[in-house]
Write a protein that binds this ligand. Sequence first.
Ligand SMILES: Cc1cc2nc3c(=O)[nH]c(=O)nc-3n(C[C@H](O)[C@H](O)[C@H](O)COP(=O)(O)OP(=O)(O)OC[C@H]3O[C@@H](n4cnc5c(N)ncnc54)[C@H](O)[C@@H]3O)c2cc1C
Length: 347
Amino acid sequence: MAAALKVIVAGAGVLGLTSALALARAGARVVLTDPAQLGDNASGVAAGMLAPVFEAALDALAAPHFDLLMGARDLWPELARSTGVALDRSGALAIGRDERLERLEQALTRLGVRAERLSARAAAEKAPGLAAGEAGALFTGDDWRIDPDQALAALVEAAAEAGVEVRRAPLHPDEACDWRLLATGADPVPGGLAPELVRLEPIKGHILRAGSLRYQGAVVRGEGIYLTPGAGGMVIGASMERGASDRAVDPAQVERLAEAGRALFPALDGAQLAPGVGVRAGTPDGLPMVGFSRTAGVMMAAGARRNGWLLAPLVAKTVTALVFGAEPGPYAARMAPARFEPGGGAY
Ligand SMILES: Cc1cc2nc3c(=O)[nH]c(=O)nc-3n(C[C@H](O)[C@H](O)[C@H](O)COP(=O)(O)OP(=O)(O)OC[C@H]3O[C@@H](n4cnc5c(N)ncnc54)[C@H](O)[C@@H]3O)c2cc1C
């Protein structure tokens, strides 16, 4: 019998973890290595929205990739079922003045999605505690969420059960293996192993958690702000600070989010708000780089920008197909690292 392929995955954020799990389940011998504590990365700081609809409607870079975002989201029920990740399908509301809702409704129509128009009172029923005074809302049941802490813990456990060897150490570039998969987020990669990753841009993000406010309801998306439930209390997010890669808390960003949050949920007034900071990695077209490097034996899965949780099962499926020489599916070419190289994105 041929020996199993050995893959070393560097980075235990959501992209590394889901890829390690998928590779091990497909029969690879997998080492997952990361010097940081579980969750001490963008994946642990994130809000955990799985939001193809409002991401495509609200974010110009996501809009052309709605089909891909939906394809990723559709892989979540099976991943959640097989790992014990809790999937919250309460849906999401976009709120605001009539002009904003009309603009959003048009964007959704262009995507072929119909969202339900709700009165302010009906919106408050889906989002208990939402301030009166918003003109109304658009609701979709197609945007879901997970809780990053619970999900990371469940994914690590599932990976260990599937036989992944988890190490608390940085990637050792000389260890023998068939493939090295770099899932190192916005961090620089040792020894320039994958030159393609120089295209990644760090995008710092602040987020707040109100430990005393146990919010149950739909995700709420306002102008420049969102609020979600969370196991550690209501989550208020998030800034997008392009080019910044430090994790220092900026009081001005905290105050902006806190003020916007309190305007939408008066119960936040006086609540303790714990700030978190994470650094996303973004690419010029908003999609991650998933696939082969021009360095032999090296692959990458990085650059998922603000949708790493949403995209993770699709990234893992693509990586696994490529490692085993299988057909990587309809979205792989759009994520191929070579798409940014002169000559294009074919494998
Ligand atoms: C404030 C905020 C809110 C967000 N909200 C959402 C959301 O609601 N929904 C969503 O889908 N996405 C969201 N995102 C984006 C999402 O968090 C990221 O896209 C995703 O977490 C990226 O995962 P990753 O595995 O690529 O990187 P990371 O989670 O950053 O993990 C990279 C890991 O690589 C490790 N590493 C680095 N160098 C090495 C090395 N040499 N050897 C070994 N390991 C190494 C690091 O220690 C780290 O643990 C949000 C991000 C932020 C910052």
